[in-house]
Design a protein around this ligand. Structure first.
Ligand code: SF4
Length: 346
């Protein structure tokens, strides 16, 4: 296993108390695998990603507990200096808005080459690889681009530069946080294709943070669905799309536009994610869940209820919970994903 995250808890001091943004998250990523983490804003996806590289905003944020095993060794045992060696080398990260991570006062060339020089490459090797990388990410005039500053480039070009920086040292794991959200559909498709292509060549694993289920269908092998700081469902992509089990996952799917629901209103997920400084006592989704019953408001569901072969955090799958309906309530409803499965050729 390349990456194994176990019971990760990342908290923040806030005026309202301790906000438990990531509250016991576990998942794993194999070599070459693409795992998507999906969920609405405020579910803890990005904080999970930042925690992996110990980039949680300090001093308010801190990792309370858990393990982040990378090639069997716990990254949380490493010092800041040791983590610098991991970042940009074994694990690299791309963000939604490249301007926040590119330095406006240095040229593109300096920034790509510096990533390699910091990890021991000499200047000539770094220059040659920078040219090769810019060419690979589809920049037409790589040597001209090396001399440009970030503000001279379009959004799509800047994201390509960020990808070049992220891939410069051939990482074993790429953490991509909404990497294409700010881009138009064509550039988005090119960038996803590029990541896939490079992944095939190098065996790189990808942890993709996204709210876009279309992108998940296209690129992910496995999916962790996050809600309110926890993983609520974990499944291979195909299985998740064919049979979403958690009411929250079903709500996410039902709120997507789809062909066989043409003419019908989109089912929006009403309500908001609860306050992370005061998570509800029972199921964190209970106030928004149309299937909730009394036990849901008083007992917190576990991630491995009895009788379920695929982990899901919901009492509907736990025969030991009182008041549970004898069969899944949506069996009489229209399927939420049949058209998506067909469209995504899953
Ligand atoms: Fe809905 Fe209850 Fe399942 Fe929570 S435990 S998702 S409230 S049915």
């Amino acid at each position: 296993m390349l990456l194994q995250v176990e019971n990760l808890k990342t908290y923040f001091h806030t005026p309202r108390g301790i906000a438990k943004a990531v509250d016991g998250v576990s998942f794993s990523v194999e070599k070459g695998e693409t795992r998507a983490i999906v969920g609405e804003s405020g579910c803890g996806k990005s904080i999970t990603a930042l925690s992996l590289l110990q980039l949680v905003p300090e001093p308010a944020g801190y990792i309370e507990s858990g393990r982040i095993l990378f090639e069997g060794k716990d990254l949380l045992d490493r010092t800041w200096e040791q983590m610098r060696e991991v970042r940009g080398d074994d694990i690299s990260m791309i963000f939604q808005e490249p301007m926040t991570s590119l330095n406006p006062v240095y040229t593109v060339g300096w920034q790509i080459e510096e990533t390699m020089r910091a990890h021991g490459k000499n200047a000539a090797t770094a220059r040659a690889r920078a040219l090769e990388l810019l060419d690979r990410v589809g920049i037409k005039d790589p040597s001209g681009a090396l001399r440009q500053y970030p503000h001279e480039l379009s959004g799509g070009m800047r994201q390509r530069v960020m990808i070049s920086i992220a891939l410069a040292n051939r990482p074993k794991l790429l953490v991509a946080d909404e990497p294409t959200t700010a881009l138009d559909v064509t550039v988005q498709a090119q960038i996803l294709a590029l990541i896939r292509e490079l992944q095939k060549e190098t065996g790189m694993a990808v942890l993709l943070i996204t709210h876009d289920l279309g992108i998940v269908a296209e690129v992910a092998d496995t999916v962790s669905v996050m809600y309110a700081g926890q993983v609520v469902e974990d499944a291979p992509t195909r299985e998740l799309f064919k049979n979403p089990r958690h009411p929250y996952t079903r709500g996410l799917f039902a709120s997507l536009p789809a062909r066989n629901r043409r003419g019908q209103d989109l089912a929006t997920l009403e309500g908001v994610v609860p306050d992370s400084a005061a998570w509800p006592k029972g199921c964190r989704f209970a106030d928004r869940c149309k299937y909730a019953w009394e036990s849901c408001h008083t007992i917190a569901p576990t991630f491995h209820p009895n009788g379920s072969d695929r982990p899901v955090r919901c009492h509907l799958y736990d025969p030991n919970i009182s008041g549970r309906p004898s069969r899944l309530p949506w069996l009489t409803e229209l399927p939420v994903t049949a058209d998506l499965v067909e469209a995504a050729k899953l």
